[in-house]
Design a protein around this ligand. Structure first.
Ligand code: SAM
Length: 222
């Protein structure tokens, strides 16, 4: 686990973050590494100052361009699903968004590759993460449906927007022993959170809880 340099992050936010972590535990998050990363990772710097007082509520919040920063519970849940005893060298993230989940991943994996289709969102996220002196993230402004073939295979893949079915190109880019967590379903209904595990060349699939994500859309916005 890489530790964050948290200079300038105030005591008030540390206390409110700790309360958030207590709520996450009550809701069933049990991985100590994930809980400890969530306890030290500032969320308030990933939203507009006008709503930063709500940053440690367990809720999704708007980040502009019609997108949201994911609910802390879902960030913690997806992160613990990716935790594994095998190698955690690289992870592919589809949907950089605010960059909050990206920063959590940067503390779990040696290298993060993060793709976002909305250019302006990714630029802001990248700047926020660099300001924290976190440099093990590579960014690509592009269409996540295609993955990042020249950096594959990945020990883990996390998709933070929902396609109607699992993109085959992402499955191909998952390493042997690797895990993918992805919400799958229609735009207007509930979606299933799915965990895929590639073992001995076979893909094992587990349907987990119902979730609600923005849709995974093709193409890019500059
Ligand atoms: N984990 C992010 C966070 O907490 O800020 C979640 C952001 S939001 C729920 C999902 C993101 O996926 C949005 O920023 C959206 O633009 C992006 N997205 C949607 N379709 C995409 C695609 N095909 N490729 C890459 N990013 C995509």
């Amino acid at each position: 686990m890489n530790s964050l340099q948290l200079s300038g992050i105030g005591m008030t936010s540390q206390r409110t973050r700790q309360r958030l972590v207590e709520r996450l535990k009550e809701k069933g998050i049990s991985n100590d590494s994930v809980l400890s990363i969530m306890a030290s990772t500032p969320r308030h710097i990933f939203v507009d100052e006008a709503i930063s007082h709500r940053a440690y509520e367990d809720t999704a919040l708007p980040i502009g361009m019609g997108q949201t920063i994911s609910q802390p519970f879902i960030v913690a849940r997806m992160s613990e699903l990716l935790y594994q005893t095998g190698p955690m060298d690289n992870v592919l993230e589809i949907g950089t968004g605010s960059g909050y989940q990206t920063l959590i991943l940067a503390q779990m994996f040696k290298q993060v590759f993060s793709i976002e289709r909305v250019g302006p969102l990714q630029k802001v996220a990248q700047k926020r993460i660099r300001n924290l002196k976190v440099f093990n993230v590579q960014y690509r402004h592009g269409d996540g449906f295609k993955g990042w073939p020249d950096k594959a295979p990945f020990d883990a893949i996390i998709v933070t927007a929902a396609p109607e079915s699992v993109p085959e190109q992402l499955v191909e880019q998952l390493a042997e022993g690797g895990r993918m967590v992805i919400p799958v379903g229609t735009q207007h209904g509930e979606q299933d959170l799915i965990l895929l595990h590639k073992e001995d060349g076979e893909l094992k699939k587990m349907n987990l809880e119902k979730v609600k994500f923005v849709p995974l859309l093709g193409g890019t916005i500059d």
